[in-house]
Design a protein around this ligand. Structure first.
Ligand code: SF4
Length: 316
């Protein structure tokens, strides 16, 4: 049985021609049903013949993640716990914002792996360890769930931006993440411009150049430390790629006109939030075209870190 949401348009075209003796335009029709109209069954695909619909039903399945729980916070943030077909659980979060015209928008934080192998010491996913990579269908299934929840249509989308910043390190699941980005970028697919997609990495050498050359998304890099020694302490696996080499790769990272990298810096009280750290960070970033996103550590139960004091935050 083919899991049809895992096929790129080219793969779907090949499969239909090879196994079902169908013309390429059929793939485009089915693709639109899957990604534009969010069809959950082949029976809905009313412009296909009854015989083809029956054949598809026999040979393929449309598998969406199941929504296990939905939590809505007072600030409008929506957190979904999703159950994948094999029972594994992942999280995806919708974060509200307002456009310049005052329209309510959402940014979705997507997971790309079940668990994570990187073991960053401030991250609860890191503490879980790695279970497996997510497929394209599972990654984009999160978007379908969110769009359905929001009642989005192509001419009235509330879901505006996507960030690969949930569970997992996207560059360690590069092939499925790249397939997902192509489907997101495709007009017949989910139709998200690359300017509305950000892939966030903790700094993994493999795949960084490929992502940049693809032009399929913006890049965010989690620094969280302004020097190698501190980075090795709080992000031991990411720090295997020395900070000076990471920064040199980012200095020559392919960027479009007016595009900038985003650096993420999580402020951990008493760990990386001193004025000297701020100065070091500013020197480190001086030769890279990037902007800085400071994040205040969110205290979790049993966490080994604390939030910075308001004074340290202000001074930083
Ligand atoms: Fe957590 Fe991201 Fe680090 Fe993985 S790479 S442990 S998800 S912060």
């Amino acid at each position: 049985m083919i899991d049809i949401l895992n096929l790129t348009l080219e793969e779907l075209t090949d499969w239909l021609r090879r196994d079902l003796d169908q013309q390429p335009f059929r793939a485009r029709q089915i693709w639109k049903w899957l990604w534009h109209k969010r069809a959950r069954s082949f029976a809905e695909m009313s412009d296909l013949s009854a015989a083809l619909r029956a054949l598809l039903q026999e040979k393929a399945a449309i598998v969406w993640p199941a929504v296990e729980t939905t939590q809505i916070s007072s600030d409008g943030t929506v957190k979904f716990l999703l159950r994948l077909a094999d029972g594994e659980m992942v999280e995806t979060v919708l974060i509200p914002s307002e456009s310049r015209e005052g329209k309510g928008r959402m940014t979705q934080c997507l997971s790309s792996q079940v668990g994570c192998a990187m073991g960053c010491t401030f991250c609860s996913t890191g503490a879980m360890g790695f279970t497996r990579n997510m497929s394209m269908g599972e990654i984009l299934g999160q978007v379908l769930v969110a769009q359905e929840y929001l009642g989005d249509s192509p001419d009235n989308p509330r879901l505006r931006n996507l960030v690969f910043m949930g569970m997992g390190e996207p560059l360690l699941n590069l092939s499925e993440v790249m397939k997902s980005l192509r489907t997101l970028n495709s007009e017949l697919g989910l139709s998200f411009s690359p300017r509305r997609i950000t892939v966030s990495t903790c700094g993994v050498e493999k795949g960084l150049r490929e992502l940049g050359e693809s032009g399929l998304a913006y890049l965010a890099v989690s620094l969280h430390a302004p020097n190698q020694a501190l980075r090795a302490r709080i992000m031991p696996r990411a720090a295997r790629w020395p900070l000076n080499e990471l920064m040199e790769s980012l200095r020559v990272y392919p960027l479009k006109a007016r595009e900038r990298l985003t650096f993420e810096y999580l402020l951990l009280g008493g760990v990386n939030d001193s004025l000297e750290h701020a100065r070091e960070l500013s020197r480190l970033m001086a030769h890279v075209k990037g902007k800085l996103n400071l994040i205040v550590y969110n205290l979790a139960e049993g966490a080994p870190y604390r939030a910075p004091t308001p004074e340290a935050l202000q001074a930083f």
